[in-house]
Design a binder for this molecule. Sequence first.
Ligand SMILES: Nc1ncnc2c1ncn2[C@@H]1O[C@H](COP(=O)(O)OP(=O)(O)OP(=O)(O)O)[C@@H](O)[C@H]1O
Ligand SMILES: [Mg+2]
Length: 256
Amino acid sequence: MTTEPQLRIEGVSKRYANGKAVLENFSLDIQNEEFVAFIGPRGCGKSTILRLIAGLTPITSGQIQHAGGGDINQRTSYIFQESALLPWRNVESNVGLPLRLRGLKAAAISERIRDVLKLWDINHVSNRFPLQLTPGMKVRTSLARGLITQPRTLLLDEPFAALDAIARNKLSADLMKVRQKRHFTACLVTHSAAEAVFLANRVVVLAANPGRIAEIIDVPESYPRKLEWRETDAFQEAVNQVRNALSRVQEDAKKA
Ligand SMILES: Nc1ncnc2c1ncn2[C@@H]1O[C@H](COP(=O)(O)OP(=O)(O)OP(=O)(O)O)[C@@H](O)[C@H]1O
Ligand SMILES: [Mg+2]
């Protein structure tokens, strides 16, 4: 790990046009190749944090620095909850889109498409259209499209929300494997304490109104983590820590 964080979120506040403070004085350093999970009540500003990091919505005050500076779009990829695939394009064409938009040559694009389809184990569906895909394959396609630009930071906004428990676990384990091959920093929004603990080395528990950091829970288990680790006491203890922190946040909100 370098001394300069991959992402430095410094005193960030966010108000949308209606003037309501969604985030207030939010600060967090995220180191290179960290995996940070954000968890918290509905509407506390989790998606807003990701959108601010990706530069998809302007910061009201404060700043977010990406290591190395440069164009944010070149450095981050955002994976939306709904997969956001274009229905009239097949898998291959959806996945290659970000590189076509950047004007890369066709041969270079084809090679990169092959690589990421293989990475996510979806080469066999490259000609299918989104409507012909299972929910799991849709998510894989969306992840392949996110990684084709080789981002430094991958932003994942409840990427597995549409999946059943078995598919979720399989995709979490595959995301872990992919990260061993492609070394990116990850920020994940999830409502699942178990998913957060399994994937992240830090779980940031947020409180709402305005959105702010309530507690940060370290998950010291080294990578890569296997699915069997979820059966251990250490895993369960970390999940309980996150759930207890969430309960405290909810209790405090009731008192306020
Ligand atoms: N474009 C917008 N204009 C006005 N208000 C917005 C906008 N986007 C989000 N908000 C409001 O900001 C707050 C935080 O929204 P955000 O989507 O970041 O929450 P979240 O934590 O991701 O919620 P969820 O768990 O439901 O996905 C909410 O009160 C929401 O209504
Ligand atoms: Mg959200």
